[in-house]
Design a binder for this molecule. Structure first.
Ligand code: SAM
Length: 497
């Protein structure tokens, strides 16, 4: 598909390396600095590959600090390869023309700035729910199907990371296209943000705002994974004798990798492959300018017209911002994977790590009953936002977790054990009361882990000097605390009755 549609844009062309800017190439760094980077990358690979036998937040933080120190040195050395950033604002018209020339249907909408959102899509006429808003032909999408035809093709066929992680492959492809002067996707890449507020862009003091939050651990994991990927590819590119890869080596820095990964993380979608047999990770120009709101998914792939179609998820008046629904994600997930927090999130929830201890003498019985219910004996459970914070899965786990041996025996021999997921299941009062008290203790422990109060956070949010990343961390803390407070109230009511 790629070769047929885009001709030489996908061909194996060597990236030019000159001494000036993004349009012409990237300035080189000295052989001495390159060798220093190589040395630091070796250390980075080692630190990022540390295996912790059990999850340990303070050890994870120590590792993060070590990683940060190495990355700081690497960034300094690689700063010679920095390129000036062009203003995306000045490239919008060219991008819109490119989209239309390539068959996109984008009448009645435009790209505009919205405070607090960056760019977004604005309605220029009225749209009714279900109307077609944006149609993007496959031709302009950047997908993992394009990787095979690119400089990465030979590596893709042998490298396990590229084969198993399509988002990584797409990130590297995006970098290749960014630095290819005649890239077909140049008008698209020119309107992408120059930087992001994903956790990869957080400074140590900004990440510290998450102290006590259950979101700190996944945020640190994300930083560690991306640093490891960078180290892995940096090493690989240094050693490769492939001329295509040698060109990639000249532009590959930690900063550029973070940019590419963050672009893919915050904008990716999935489309069917050209033969319809599998799903591809894809960047969909224009559609990816839409910001998120509560609602229903309203984008689909039209196989007949070979294009992605986005419908209005509600009525829109001319002048309004048009939103889409990204999917049911918690604020913690939006924070770690999408670089924003959505205070009105209907799908918000808080991850509770729960598990039956191997030391528990009743562990075999509990595990057996949980298994019967299709629930793992250890794992992540979600405490939901809203009037009904405990879903059936969590409820059943808590019940089984708090049963005595007689109760377990009863429920293991009962053919009604599936009822344990329902709130109105006729359960022994003793178990019910024990489990609500257990949940209350867990909620209180989480609440006490935060070093600040909700009032202090709300006050901090109003500080005009707060950086965008700190602002997100404080917003996340607030949404977590509000959720915990509401869940605490709910559980206290259950204990009373
Ligand atoms: C797919 S892009 C949307 C276009 C983006 N605003 C831009 O300027 O290119 C997703 C990014 O938009 C921002 N975003 C999307 N929905 C948002 C929301 N409801 N509130 C705040 N930021 C949002 C976040 O920065 C997110 O990473």
């Amino acid at each position: 598909m790629g070769r047929k549609n885009h001709g030489k844009a996908h061909g194996r062309v060597k990236l030019p390396v000159q001494e000036t800017n993004e349009e012409e190439g990237v300035p080189k760094i000295s052989p001495q600095k390159r060798s220093e980077v190589k040395n630091l990358v070796g250390k980075l690979l080692k630190v990022t590959s540390t295996i912790l036998p059990t999850p340990n937040a303070s050890k994870e933080w120590e590792i993060h600090l070590e990683i940060e120190k190495l990355l700081e040195k690497i960034n300094k050395l690689e700063s010679d390869m920095k390129i000036p950033i062009s203003d995306r604002d000045t490239r919008i018209e060219e991008f819109i023309n490119w989209m239309k020339e390539n068959g996109a249907e984008i009448d009645g909408i435009k790209i505009a700035q919205f405070p607090g959102y960056g760019y977004g899509i604005k309605a220029e006429k009225n749209f009714a729910q279900g109307d077609l808003l944006i149609a993007v032909p496959r031709k302009v999408m950047l997908t993992t199907e394009n990787v095979g035809d690119s400089l990465l093709g030979p590596l893709m066929r042998t490298d396990p990371m590229l084969q198993h992680m399509p988002n990584v492959a797409l990130s590297l492809l995006l970098l290749i296209e960014k630095f290819k002067p005649d890239s077909f996707w140049k008008p698209y890449i020119a309107v992408l943000p120059a930087e992001y507020t994903t956790v990869l862009y957080f400074k140590t003091n900004e990440l510290q705002e998450l102290k006590g939050s259950p979101s700190l651990e996944p945020a640190l994991k994300q930083c560690r994974n991306i640093a490891r990927q960078y180290a892995y590819f940096s090493n690989l590119f240094q050693q490769s004798t492939d001329p295509g890869i040698a060109s990639l080596r000249e532009v590959f820095t930690y900063e550029q990798y973070c940019w590419a990964v963050s672009t893919v993380m915050t904008r990716q979608n999935f489309v069917p492959s050209s033969d319809g047999k599998s799903m591809l990770t894809a960047l969909i120009p224009m559609w990816d300018m839409c910001n998120h709101t509560n609602g229903k998914l309203s984008t689909d792939f039209n196989a007949v017209q070979d294009r992605s179609e986005c419908m209005a998820c509600r009525d829109y008046q001319a002048g309004e911002q048009i939103f889409i629904f990204y999917g049911p994600r918690t604020n913690s997930e939006l924070f770690v994977h999408n670089g924003f927090v959505y205070p009105d999130n209907e799908h918000d929830g808080l991850r509770l790590k729960l598990g039956v201890s191997r030391e528990d003498p009743l562990q075999p019985e509990r595990s057996k009953l949980l298994c019967r219910l299709g629930i793992p004996a250890a794992g992540d459970f979600l405490l939901r936002k809203g009037p009904d914070p405990v879903d059936g899965r969590l409820l059943a786990f808590l019940r089984v977790f708090n049963m005595g041996s007689e109760h377990l025996k009863h429920w293991l021999s009962s053919d009604r054990s599936c009822d344990l997921v329902y709130p109105d299941c006729a359960l022994e009062t003793e178990v019910e009361s024990k489990m609500w008290k257990f949940l209350l203790t867990r909620i209180n422990l989480l609440q006490r882990a935060y070093p600040t109060t909700l009032e202090e956070d709300c006050k901090k949010l109003k500080n005009p000097l707060l950086t965008p990343c700190s602002l997100l961390a404080v917003q996340l803390r607030i949404s977590e605390k509000l959720l915990l407070d509401a869940a605490e109230e709910y559980v206290k009511q259950r204990i009373k009755t």
